[in-house]
Design a protein around this ligand. Structure first.
Ligand SMILES: Cc1cc2nc3c(=O)[nH]c(=O)nc-3n(C[C@H](O)[C@H](O)[C@H](O)COP(=O)(O)O)c2cc1C
Length: 240
């Protein structure tokens, strides 16, 4: 077993926190967390994302109105990660070229950039004694969230991160056995048995919660057509 250092220990003990105390986060700590987030790898250093730092109760409530998750209302800071090709449009204009951002590849570039930065931010926050949760369900109301945040053309909300001091910590949530996720040299398709085994592990963790089996949650997501909100909003913002 490799020696566990402080960084790996922090990562292994990650757990999403959705309940916060009313303790504020200092301006300096928030700056540090955001700067650490910025240093994540990013496609060609394009940095195709922006972060809207929401700290006023009025703005938190405005978002909560569309996505009523308690963490948004009660956190010290709600950071909305936005896929952003608006700066790219200005760069292309600068050179008199025709801006052509619409398509899946652009969405992958900006979404992955936002995700790497977001994970850095959460980890940095955890290293300073804060906790948080990513909130992707804001995409269910993409247009409304975009309006609340004044998002211009070529931008779209991807997820938020609610950050604060934990009021309580959940147990670390289990993951699939590594051999079901990381394969030597070539892909290995998983059989029903692997799914059932993880359902049981997740069920033991979740206990009596609704949809406590992993596969039941997957059905809830992919056993029906996807919600149209993101696609409609991406078209409105000229990204599809
Ligand atoms: C992109 C993304 C979006 C998420 N959206 C939500 C959300 O809307 N609400 C929520 O309660 N948790 C959300 N989560 C947190 C996951 O549910 C959580 O990370 C997962 O269940 C694993 O639990 P853990 O983080 O405690 O280990 C999101 C996580 C990611 C990466």
């Amino acid at each position: 077993m490799t020696e566990i250092n402080e960084t790996i220990d922090l990562m292994m003990n990650h757990t999403s926190v959705r309940n916060f105390t009313d303790e504020a986060i200092s301006k300096e700590e928030l700056q540090t967390i955001l700067k650490a987030g910025q240093m994540a790898s990013t496609w060609k250093n394009f940095q195709s994302y922006s972060i809207i730092v929401v700290q006023s109760q009025a703005q938190k409530d405005a978002i909560y109105q569309y996505q009523p998750q308690k963490a948004i209302k009660n956190c010290a800071a709600y950071l909305v990660f936005v896929g952003d090709l608006n700066r790219a449009e200005k760069a292309v204009q600068l050179h008199g070229a025709t801006f052509q951002p619409a398509g899946i590849e652009s969405l992958l570039i900006s979404s992955v950039d936002a995700a790497t930065a977001g994970q850095n931010v959460l980890l940095a926050a955890e290293s300073l004694g804060y906790n948080g949760v990513m909130v992707g369900l804001i995409r269910d109301q993409s247009a409304q969230i975009s309006e609340v945040l004044d998002l211009p053309d070529y931008t779209y909300p991807i997820f938020g991160i609610a950050i604060g001091k934990a009021a309580r910590l959940n147990k670390v949530k289990p993951r699939f056995p590594l051999e079901s996720i990381a394969f030597p040299e070539r892909y290995i398709e998983q059989d029903e048995q692997a799914i059932k085994q993880f359902d049981q592990i997740q069920e033991e963790y979740a206990g009596t919660r609704r949809l406590n089996k992993w596969s039941e949650r997957v059905v809830e997501q992919w056993g029906k057509p996807e919600i149209p909100s993101s696609t409609e909003n991406l078209k409105a913002k000229k990204l599809l």
